[in-house]
Design a protein around this ligand. Structure first.
Ligand code: FE2
Length: 325
């Protein structure tokens, strides 16, 4: 059995094809980038429209399959940017109608978690999902992926990229700031804002931007990253303590950060927990995770009427019933 999944929540238009064991036969993508700004939703959607066909052809060629071999089609129904989501949804509906496949809209964040659990030894982790747009601390409790804490304003990846843009580091700036983290010598005090179990990054970013030109640039990168990740670690540690889980799983685009890994390693060592990091190709937005989510929901018997395949920009992680366990 083969599942084809379409990801188009933000920058990336991706198509993945997986089999029943989550062997990834194809994981093709095209990513929108803008030299000045993070993302312009309509321009990103135009990009996805222009590249969609090519990405589909690449995915089928990679998998050595044709559309007639596909058994189920899934797409990221949300959360994400409306114009971008719609390109994926329309593509999926068209393919489903033409080739008579079942169609399933799946939750993008839940797909990140499930591919992470499949591609690492983690079984019941607290998930640290950090990307440009999202920052959530998630854990499975009573049949749903509960969001124990999350950003109330911007994703931590966006904080790093916005700061990097002010420094002229280009996009994405996160990897450069990550290198600088290990070169920094002095921690500059910056606003640290954990509200209950939630995170607020705007004050931290504003204050760091104000210090550009007045403080050492390397120390400033180190301090911004250290403060932002310390906030994430505090909430993750409290979620671990509350749930008594023994694993942390890191996913999303920021999972590639060595600084975040080093901070979470210390946290896990102190709490007797294990740290797992999703391989980069499956941690970034990608079609394979959407295909895998479609596969497990289809196998568990979910059917979605065509009329309910509208996109949902605010589709929350904790709305989804985890019925496939
Ligand atoms: Fe994502």
């Amino acid at each position: 059995m083969y599942a084809l999944g379409i990801e188009s929540t933000a920058h990336t238009f991706g198509i993945g094809i997986v089999d029943e064991k989550c062997n990834v036969l194809a994981n093709s993508k095209a990513a929108y980038t803008h030299p000045d700004a993070g993302i312009h939703p309509r321009l990103a959607a135009d990009h996805h429209l222009q590249h969609g066909n090519k990405v589909l052809e690449q995915a089928l060629a990679q998998a050595k399959l044709s559309m007639k071999d596909i058994d189920v089609i899934s797409f990221a129904q949300g959360p994400g940017l409306g114009p971008c989501l719609r390109v994926g949804a329309i593509t999926a509906r068209y393919l489903s109608s033409k080739y008579h496949n079942p169609l399933l809209g799946v939750n993008h964040c839940v797909a990140h978690v499930e591919i992470g659990k499949k591609k690492t030894p983690a079984r019941d982790p607290i998930v640290v999902y950090t990307s440009g747009a999202n920052t959530q601390i998630i854990g499975l409790e009573n049949g749903k992926y509960r969001v124990f804490g999350e950003t109330l304003d911007m994703g931590v990846g966006n904080v790093l990229d916005t700061f990097g843009r002010e420094l002229g580091l280009g996009f994405p700036a996160g990897p450069i700031i990550d290198q600088r983290y290990f070169q920094g010598k002095n921690l500059i005090p910056l606003p640290y804002s954990v509200k209950g179990m939630d995170l607020v990054f705007a004050g931290l970013l504003t204050e760091a931007e104000k210090k550009i030109g007045k403080a050492d640039e390397i120390d400033l990168c180190y301090s911004l990253m250290h403060t932002a990740f310390a906030m994430v670690c505090e909430v993750a540690e409290r979620a671990l303590a509350h749930t008594e889980k023994k694993e942390i799983l890191v996913t999303g685009g920021v999972a590639a950060s060595k600084a975040l890994a080093s901070m979470l390693e210390k946290l896990c060592a102190e709490r007797g927990a294990k740290l797992f990091i999703v391989p980069r190709e499956y941690a970034m937005d990608n079609g394979a995770m959407i295909a895998w989510q479609g596969m497990i929901e289809h196998r568990a018997g979910r059917k979605q009427p065509f009329a309910e395949t509208d996109v949902d920009q605010r589709y929350r992680t904790d709305q989804v019933d985890v019925f496939w366990k």
